[in-house]
Design a protein around this ligand. Sequence first.
Ligand code: NAD
Length: 409
Amino acid sequence: MSQLAMVNDNIRRAAAILDLGARVEKLLLTPNREVKVEVAVELDSGEVATYTGYRIQHNDARGPMKGGLRYHPTVDAEEVTALSSLMTWKTAVVNIPFGGAKGGINCDPATLSSRELERLTRKFVSNIKEIIGPNVDIPAPDVNTNAQVMAWVMDEYSRFYGFSPAVVTGKPIDLHGSLGREEATGRGVAYITADLLADLGTPLQGTTVSIQGFGNVGSFAALFLHQMGAKVIAVSDAYGGLYRADGLPVLDLFDYARTQRTIVGFSEAQAMAGDDIFAVPCDVFIPAALGGVLDAERAKALPAKVVIEAANAPTTPEGDAILQQRGLPVVPDILANAGGVTVSYFEWAQNIQQFRWDGERVNQELKSTMAKAYRDVRQLAHSRQISLRTAAFVLALGRVAKATVMRGI
Ligand code: NAD
């Protein structure tokens, strides 16, 4: 099942529970606008290369559309559509005043120089400049894009429309970015893990955690959970895995991974194959890498007590059904990893206000936003006797449908 089919499955289930009717359901399934552009750039060699770029704007009923920009060879219209839809539900679950969008360029940034990447980004922005903007659609970083890429987006857009820092979030701190944005998704994952464990009556202190993926989200989730007293016993990345029964020295590993760009070779833990992460007995399993990794087979055998979806769409519907049968609580992606877009909203608000918040305020507001969203979802799941995932979609669809109807279809 494709990622888009998976997301649509969840929308249909929630729409049926809310009894929204076929017309509203169709409206919520269909993106508002799908833009595909050819991006031609001159390479350093003097040759011209062309790439395909997408910006898919799913829904703006609750506010300007918001969503990342992904540079990856597998980017295609269907993947971007699925991710744009997830953004609509994510912004609605945490109740920030945005809709959902996503963009991407089908390219392999590892083969491009920094100058080529800059030219590619500027050309893409100049191709889509009419459909983005601080009150329309606000891009952000995603896989293989970072603060530098966002700085180019801001600069290129500003060349046409005047100084516009609020057109994009995830910018460098020194260029109208927000304190706390880089680590926000991992921090939010840690907060949500603590909330779920508190609900289950399990102390965080000493709880064992395994994390697949040690990039931005996985490494910061590990760091904050470690600081909160959890024992991170296993991690993996695209190149391999690490295990240590008495808990990994997360601070050292964090520094090591920053400089080496992998966890492989870290000497203070036992090395293992990356996929062995699915076989490590733990209390909390956090997929923080790719989509579709928790399929039926892995879900059947996963030796964990709860799953916190830090990655987007890491669990297949078959895997999800099995985890549910097993009674394993799963905190869905649209809630668990919403910390990033929440602090992106704070960055946008600071840009609009032309006022900088201190880090303490950012983290406090993030914590209360995530806690409120978790409470809302848990309460709905409890009162309707549905999974946390279905509850999150019901909450989100309810909010978007209400805004749509109030604005007038
Ligand atoms: P990243 O590129 O910084 O890190 C990805 C990590 O996954 C890397 O450690 C990489 O080595 C690892 N990985 C790749 N293939 C793997 C494999 N087969 N097995 C194990 N590990 C593998 O990306 P990120 O920003 O940390 O994003 C991770 C996930 O979280 C993605 O699904 C992304 O869409 C989602 N997400 C990210 C943010 C954010 O703010 N960065 C927000 C919401 C959701």
